[in-house]
Design a protein. Structure first.
Lengths: 376, 376
DNA sequence: CTGTTAGCGCATTCAG
DNA sequence: CTGAATGCGCTAACAG
């Protein structure tokens, strides 16, 4: 038999309500009773039953983090760490759920979150069909991370996908590349569509017609990246550069380039979205777009916490900058004319921008670095 | 207000017990009442409150998977997928917790699992100090995955770490390498110590004294791999080959080799534990030891399920084989004498071995492939 | 300040 | 086969 609050009350010689009050520390209790209860708790190694507590309170002191693909390299891993640290700092335990880009799995986890009465959910929506109503109806706080959900008034933290992709393409243009291809992610996700948008905008701004035969929409997975890259290479004339919209697709694309024995960057330059620790170790070191994955998660945690603490202003969207890590895979072409209009601004991390919010967050700083501390 | 079983009973014109019986389907109920209840449930979009159910039943139909480091590349991601699929097939939702190699975080999650009454826990123990008693006392089923917990009678599924490391070292010996170093993981984990053991056994079997100055014990992280590799290279004479015990440390070791401008494999051969999708894409394609990560997870799920279904035999340990992916980073030395005693057996995946078990598992096949289907 | 009392939503005795 | 009654462990009124 598990020890209950009743056992503690008996041993301490008080009522269960007193034990409860001591444990939750909200109301005033006489010091001697506090001592008695504390001793009894320790003596019995009493641990409150969260289930009963949750039933009574009609909410559970747990967060659920629902991510869209646990296999997306270090990106989601760092994001998870960011949320986890934020949750931990605030004293909330956190469960993680992997929706695997599957809307029905995602819906299942959201139902579960409702059924388990979680206090809050941080979610990477799989697409516009993601239904937040069950959560909202149940009074559960929701924060969107990494991907927006257009039209839904929820606090959101995202990276500046459009600018990131623009930066990458402008960098390629400045390097003399002219037939730049793009392997985009699912357009139903804002990460998919906004990166493609950034690609198009950079081309337009440079006065070049975006050539849709150089665009492939794939699925954020290796296999999709492979197929897209194969198709692009069969095209005549083939691209001389490619921007790949995430890490997993980049692996697929690089495999195809490797198999085709094309030289990077001489025959095709490559830039991959998502920084990865092995980028510098590749046959040709890979130029990547870092996303502040850890900060994305940590910021999401702070938005959720502020809601749980009673903030009820209109939804806030936090946009964090990306950073271009220039490496050999995008080396400028021999004798590339550095036309002034194509010069790329130095891509230092900018301050986070706050949009749509009634006011800023309580504290300042852009949080910790992009990567968790254990690497330093 | 959320709809409760009471609302359903009212709308269906029956008692709450009848609704409960219909929902759980264990007892017999008159067909017409079943129909009424079913209709009312649909009409009200009723979803049972899992918290109340859990309190009443004193157990919760959820699994918790506690892994030791979410950042360990695809390994844990695939393991998670394996467990998840197994849980899903059996109709259990699953939460994931990331202990981050931190025993206190791990203990916190185990406490949480107890407090939440989960039906079962699948755990990658952070070390021998991991305390399973709170779980066992609470009647929660536990399965260990990836790492054993010596002395504890729990169902366990692991890869054959010792043989894997032996294979790797024998392969290097056969290739003419003689000063083979090893970067081991924490010896408190069986993955750390067994891989080191395999390394030593291979050397001894070849009649070579294991040289401890060629062994470094690190922390399974990039930074540890970096430092270990640096130390090994400073040693005189330096190693001509190195076996690195996991993916993250391999990244660190490769960074150092890169910075030192050493040629792989001419100046130093490298084999990394854990297969990684980008292994073939590195400057020198990396020889790796694949672990059946997905199968490890899926098998753990099956062991847990069999316990939940009432199996109460003695604890079973399932050992799955590893597989050596030979690539350029371990190319035999020029004119390496292929002494007969050093020839490596072909390392095909072997059938899983069952140890200590009273009987085999219900079904046959070694499960699905090492990698989830979406890559094929 | 403290104890008594009454549920949170559900599954399960126990009678009928 | 069905319904009324009970309690899982806890917290929040409500009186004292």
């Amino acid at each position: 038999m598990v020890t209950t609050i009743f056992d503690v009350a008996r041993v301490a010689g008080v009522s269960t309500s007193t034990v409860s009050r001591v444990l939750n520390g909200n109301e005033r209790v006489a010091p001697d009773l506090v001592a008695k209860v504390t001793r009894a708790v320790r003596e019995l190694d009493y641990r409150p039953n969260r289930v009963a507590r949750s039933l009574r309170l009609r909410h559970n002191r747990v967060w659920a983090l629902v991510i869209s693909d646990i296999r997306t390299g270090p990106f989601f891993a760092d994001l998870v760490r960011g949320v986890e640290d934020g949750a931990h700092e605030a004293g909330y335990p956190m469960f993680l759920c992997n929706a695997d880009e599957d809307p029905s799995k995602e819906a299942g986890y959201l139902q579960l979150a409702v059924a388990e009465n979680v206090a809050g959910v941080i979610l990477t929506p799989s697409g516009p069909a993601t239904d937040l109503r069950p959560l909202i109806d149940a009074g559960i706080r929701v924060v969107l991370a990494d991907r927006k959900l257009p039209g839904l008034p929820a606090d959101t933290v995202v990276a500046d996908n459009t600018s990131g992709a623009m930066q990458a393409v402008e960098h390629l243009l400045a390097g003399g590349y002219r037939r730049i291809a793009c392997i985009a992610g699912p357009l139903a996700t804002t990460t998919g569509s906004e990166r493609l948008l950034g690609y198009r905008m950079a081309l337009e701004r440079a006065g070049m017609a975006a050539d849709d035969s150089l665009v492939r929409v794939a699925d954020f997975r290796e296999q999709g990246g492979r197929q897209a890259m194969q198709e692009l290479l069969e095209h005549e004339p083939p691209p001389d550069a490619v921007l790949v919209s995430n890490n997993r697709m980049t692996v697929g694309a690089l495999e195809v380039i490797e198999e085709t024995k094309l030289a990077i960057p001489e025959e095709i330059a490559v830039i991959g979205y998502d920084e990865i620790p092995w980028a510098p170790l590749l046959r040709t070191a890979l130029t990547t777009l870092s996303q502040p994955a850890y900060d994305l998660g940590h910021e999401a945690a702070r938005l959720l916490l502020s809601r749980l603490n009673g903030y009820s202003g209109s939804p806030r969207t936090v946009v964090l900058p990306t950073y271009l890590n220039i490496r050999a895979s995008s080396t400028p072409k021999q004798g590339a004319a550095r036309s002034p209009t194509l010069v790329v601004e130095p891509t230092r991390p900018r301050r986070r921008q706050l949009r749509d919010g009634r006011r800023g967050l309580a504290d300042g700083g852009p949080g910790t670095a992009n990567r968790p501390a254990d690497r330093g």
